[in-house]
Design a protein around this ligand. Structure first.
Ligand code: SF4
Length: 345
C-alpha cells in the first residue's frame, strides 16, 4: 500500500470548523437493547443486521483513517453498536496506532464484554481512553433501560478493570431520561466521587427515528446541575480540547470531576469537529444526519488515496450541519435520521 502523504492548508467546513475527530463504528450489532437507542420493538430477533462481508475490513478502515488523518484528524473513537462484538479488535488497534498523525484512540462500550484481561490487551494494542455507558446503579432501573436484564454490578466491575489496565480516567456516560432514571443522578454521583473516574450526564436525545423522543422526557443540563450542586457544590472547569462535547465541573470539596453533555438545551454544533464512519463505510458529518457518502463503494471500485482525499475534503468543505441548533429553534427536524446504533453515537 502506497504511503499517502498530502499536505494542504487546514480544511474547514462552511462554518470554519476543522475536521479533528473520526468516530468509527466497527459493527451495527449490540447485545443490549437500550430504549433510547435500540428499542426491542424495532431491533427485535428478526432484525436484519449487516452481513460480515458488508462491513469494512480492518485494512479498509485503516486506509480511510490514514486519509482522514492527512485531512487533520488526530483523534479516533471506536464505537458500535457494541464494538467489542467485533472480533480481533486488537488487530485493528495495532494498525490504527501506526498512523503517525493519530495521537489518541478511544472507545465507547457498554462494558458487558470487558474483562481485566481484555482491557489489558486493548491497552497494549493501542487503546488510550475508554468511555463506558452506565445509566443507573439500581438494577431494576438499569435493566429497564438496557432491556436485557444485565446487572449494573458487572458494568462496575468492567469499569474497575479498565482503570486497572491504565485506561484512565475512565469516563462513565449516563443518559438521563425524566421519569426513568433521574432518581439515580445522586447515587451515581456519590458512587463515582473520589474514584478518579469522570461521570458524564447526557441529555436524552432524539437520535434516529425509533426511541419515541419527546422534549418532556429531557432532564435539562440546568436541572441536572442544580440537583448535584444542591448536594455537593461544584465549580466550572475549562474545556480540555476545542470542540469538547462535555461541559466540565469539579466538586469544590475535591471529590473529582463530572461532565454534562447538553446537545438538546445547550447545542455545541458551533465547535463540532466530528465525522462519523459507519461499519459499512458510509461517511456522515452529523449524528442526526439522514444523508451520507458511500466511501466503501469508492474503496472497492479502486479509488486512489488521492481520489478519496479529494472526495472527503469536498464533503467536509461543504458541511453546514447544526441539527441541535435547528432542534432548539423548533425548526421542523430531519426525517429518516440514521439510527444511532448504526451511526456509532
Ligand atoms: S448535532 Fe450534528 S453538528 Fe451539532 S454537535 Fe451534534 S453532530 Fe455536531
Amino acid at each position: 500500500m502506497t504511503e499517502f502523504t498530502h499536505k494542504q492548508p487546514e480544511l474547514t467546513d462552511t462554518r470554519g470548523r476543522s475536521l479533528r475527530d473520526l468516530r468509527i463504528s466497527v459493527t451495527d450489532r449490540c447485545n443490549f437493547r437500550c430504549r433510547y437507542c435500540m428499542p426491542r420493538e424495532v431491533f427485535g430477533d428478526d432484525y436484519a443486521f449487516l452481513p460480515h462481508e458488508a462491513l469494512l475490513t480492518f485494512e479498509e478502515i485503516t486506509r480511510l483513517a490514514k486519509v482522514f488523518a492527512s485531512l487533520g484528524v488526530h483523534k479516533l473513537r471506536l464505537t458500535g453498536g457494541e464494538p467489542l462484538l467485533r472480533r480481533d479488535l486488537e488487530t485493528l488497534l495495532q494498525m490504527l496506532r501506526e498512523i503517525p498523525e493519530i495521537r489518541d484512540i478511544a472507545m465507547t462500550t457498554n462494558g458487558s464484554l470487558l474483562t481485566e484481561q481484555r482491557a489489558k490487551s486493548l491497552r497494549t494494542a493501542g487503546l488510550t481512553r475508554l468511555s463506558v455507558s452506565l445509566d443507573a446503579l439500581d438494577d431494576n432501573i438499569f435493566m429497564a433501560m438496557n432491556d436485557v436484564h444485565f446487572p449494573a454490578s458487572r458494568v462496575l466491575t468492567a469499569i474497575t478493570a479498565a482503570q486497572t489496565a491504565g485506561l484512565t480516567p475512565v469516563k462513565i456516560n449516563m443518559v438521563v431520561k425524566r421519569g426513568v432514571n433521574e432518581t439515580q443522578l445522586l447515587p451515581m454521583a456519590e458512587y463515582f466521587r473520589h474514584s478518579g473516574q469522570v461521570l458524564r450526564f447526557i441529555e436524552y436525545m432524539d437520535v434516529g427515528n425509533s426511541n419515541g423522543w419527546r422534549m418532556d422526557d429531557v432532564l435539562s443540563a440546568a436541572e441536572i446541575l442544580s440537583t448535584v450542586q444542591k448536594q455537593w457544590p461544584l465549580k466550572p472547569l475549562p474545556a480540555q480540547t476545542p470542540g469538547e462535547v462535555a461541559t466540565r465541573y469539579s466538586y469544590v470539596d475535591g471529590g473529582g470531576e463530572i461532565g454534562i453533555i447538553a446537545s438538546v438545551t445547550r447545542p455545541f454544533c458551533g465547535g463540532c469537529t466530528r465525522a462519523r464512519l459507519t461499519s459499512e463505510g458510509h461517511l456522515y458529518t452529523c449524528l442526526f444526519a439522514s444523508q451520507g457518502l458511500d466511501l466503501r463503494a469508492h474503496l472497492r471500485r479502486g479509488d486512489t488515496e488521492e481520489q478519496l482525499y479529494e472526495l472527503i475534503a469536498q464533503t467536509w468543505g461543504l458541511r453546514t450541519d447544526g441539527y441541535s441548533e435547528i432542534r432548539l429553534a423548533h425548526t421542523p427536524g430531519f426525517q429518516n435520521k440514521i439510527e444511532m446504533s448504526h451511526m456509532g453515537g
